[in-house]
Design a protein around this ligand. Structure first.
Ligand code: ATP
Ligand code: MG
Length: 416
C-alpha cells in the first residue's frame, strides 16, 4: 500500500523544521515584550462561527472551507483562519472582563480548499495576534510596529507595509453607491462570480483575483475616499502614530481584504521575493465582530502571518542544522554496555548524546559521527573502561581534552 500527502498539503521535516522553530522562538520573544499571551483553540468549530463573520460572499466561505457533517449530524468546519474562532472564545470566556487591551497570540494550521501553487497550500500555518478592547489608533500602530519588529528579528528583508482604512458600516452605503455607479456599465467585462457579487456585496469585486476583473476595475473608487468623520480621524491619527513609531509604510487605497469583518484599519505586508503570492502577513480592525458574536460591543484588531511564505525567504540565511553535542564510539561488548548507560546519563544531565547500539568498526562509527554533525567524539574501548579515562575530541578545532568516564566530568568539559 503506497500513500502520499493529499494535494496541497506537505510534510514539514528536518532540517527545515529548525527554521520553523527559529521563527516561532522569535515570535514568542517579541510577543512577550508586547504583552501578548498564547491561546490554543480547537481546529474545528461549528460552521456558523465562520460563515457570518468572514462573509457569505467571500471566497473563503463560498469555495474554500473544509466543511462536513460530524457523526452527530452537526455541520463543522476546519478553521480557514484564526480570528473568528478567537472571537468565539473571547465571548465564551468573557475575556472582556480583563483589563484592556487583552492581547493574545496563536500558532497553528489553517485549512482552505484553494488551488495549490507555490506558497499556497490547503493546510498552511499561521502565527496570529489579536488585541481587544481599545479603539485608539495607537493600538493599531503598536500592532504594526510589533509585526515589523518581529519580521525584522526573523531576518526578513525587502518588505512593504501597505495600509489603508476600509471604513465602517456608516461609510459603506456612500461607497457602495459610488462603486456600483462605476461598475454598472462595465459589468459584462467581469467574471460571473463578480456579476453575482454586484448585487450581493460589490466590495468583494475589488478583491477578485481574475485577470479581466483586475483590469476592468481600474479606476474604481476606493473606500478611503468615502470615510465618515470618525473613520477619517482614526485613519489620520493612525498615519501619524506610524510615523511616531517609525514604521515604514505606504498607503494603498486599493487594498481590500478577503474577509468581510474588517472595519477601519486594514493592512498587508508583502515581499518582493514571492511572485504573485506576495502577502506574508495581513490583518486589520474588526470593531463589530464581538457584538455580532453576542458579546458586549468591543473593538479588536489582529493580523496573521503565513509561515510557508516566511520560511522560504530566510531559508538560505539560516545556519546548518544542529548535530549532537557528543557521539560515543564503543569498541567491544563491554564498551557497548558502558556507552548505553553513559549516553542515558549524559542526556539526563542535559547533553544531546548519541552512540552505536551494536559494535561496528571505528571507521564506520567515525563516518557516522561526521554525518550527523557531532560536535565532540569519544572512543570507549577496554583501556578506557579499565583506566576510567577518556579523550574528548572537539570536531571543529580538533582539540583533545582528558576526562574520567563519568557523565559529570564529561558534561563539565562539554557545555551544550
Ligand atoms: P492571499 O491574498 O495570498 O490569498 P489572504 O488575504 O487570503 O491571502 P489572509 O486570510 O489574510 O490571507 O491570511 C494571512 C496570511 O496567511 C496571508 O498573508 C498569507 O501569508 C497566509 N496565507 C493565506 N492563505 C494561504 C495559503 N493558502 N497558503 C499559504 N499561506 C496562506
Ligand atoms: Mg486568500
Amino acid at each position: 500500500m503506497k500513500h502520499k500527502t493529499l494535494k496541497g498539503l506537505q510534510d514539514i521535516m528536518p532540517p527545515e523544521i529548525a527554521i520553523w522553530q527559529h521563527v516561532e522562538k522569535m515570535a514568542h520573544e517579541v510577543f512577550r515584550n508586547f504583552g501578548c499571551r498564547e491561546i490554543r483553540l480547537p481546529i474545528i468549530e461549528s460552521t456558523d462561527v465562520f460563515i457570518r463573520s468572514i462573509g457569505e460572499t467571500s471566497d473563503i466561505v463560498e469555495k474554500e472551507m473544509y466543511t462536513f457533517e460530524d457523526k452527530g449530524g452537526r455541520s463543522v468546519t476546519m478553521r480557514p483562519e484564526g480570528t473568528a474562532a478567537f472571537v468565539r472564545a473571547y465571548v465564551q470566556h468573557h475575556l472582556h472582563n480583563d483589563p484592556a487591551p487583552q492581547k493574545y497570540f496563536y500558532m497553528g494550521p489553517m485549512f482552505r480548499y484553494e488551488r495549490p501553487q507555490a506558497f499556497r497550500y490547503r493546510q498552511f500555518y499561521q502565527i496570529g495576534v489579536e488585541a481587544m478592547g481599545i479603539e485608539d489608533p495607537k493600538l493599531d500602530a503598536e500592532m504594526l510596529s510589533m509585526l515589523s519588529v518581529l519580521l525584522d528579528r526573523i531576518g526578513l528583508k525587502g518588505l512593504n507595509f501597505e495600509v489603508t482604512s476600509i471604513g465602517c458600516k456608516d461609510c459603506r452605503p456612500g461607497h457602495r453607491e459610488a462603486l456600483t455607479d462605476f461598475l454598472r456599465d462595465k459589468l459584462d467585462a467581469f467574471c460571473t462570480d463578480c456579476q453575482r457579487r454586484f448585487d450581493l456585496n460589490p466590495l468583494r469585486i475589488l478583491d477578485c483575483k481574475v485577470n479581466r476583473c483586475i483590469e476592468s476595475r481600474e479606476g474604481a473608487p476606493p473606500v478611503i475616499e468615502h470615510l465618515c468623520d470618525d473613520c477619517s480621524t482614526h485613519f489620520n491619527a493612525l498615519k501619524n502614530n506610524l510615523k511616531i513609531l517609525n514604521v515604514p509604510h505606504t498607503i494603498n487605497p486599493n487594498l481590500v481584504r478577503g474577509l468581510d469583518y474588517y472595519t477601519k484599519t486594514a493592512f498587508e505586508v508583502t515581499s518582493e521575493n514571492l511572485g504573485s503570492q506576495s502577502a506574508v502577513a495581513a490583518g486589520g480592525r474588526y470593531d463589530s465582530m464581538v457584538k455580532d458574536f453576542g458579546g458586549p460591543p468591543t473593538p479588536g484588531i489582529g493580523f496573521a502571518m503565513g509561515m510557508e511564505r516566511i520560511i522560504p525567504l530566510i531559508k538560505d540565511a539560516m545556519a546548518e542544522p544542529e548535530g549532537p553535542d557528543l557521539y560515543i564510539c564503543p569498541i567491544g561488548d563491554a564498551a557497548i554496555e558502558k556507552s548505553f548507560t553513559l549516553t542515558n546519563e549524559l542526556r539526563a544531565a542535559g547533553l544531546w548524546a548519541e552512540t552505536a547500539y551494536q559494535s561496528t568498526s571505528l571507521k564506520s562509527q567515525m563516518r557516522k559521527a561526521n554525518r550527523i554533525g557531532a560536535k565532540h567524539v569519544i572512543v570507549i574501548g577496554e583501556d578506557e573502561i579499565g583506566n576510567n579515562a577518556v579523550t574528548i575530541k572537539n570536531m571543529a578545532n580538533k582539540e583533545e581534552s582528558s576526562s574520567t568516564l563519568t557523565a559529570a566530568d564529561i558534561c563539565r568539559i562539554i557545555s551544550p
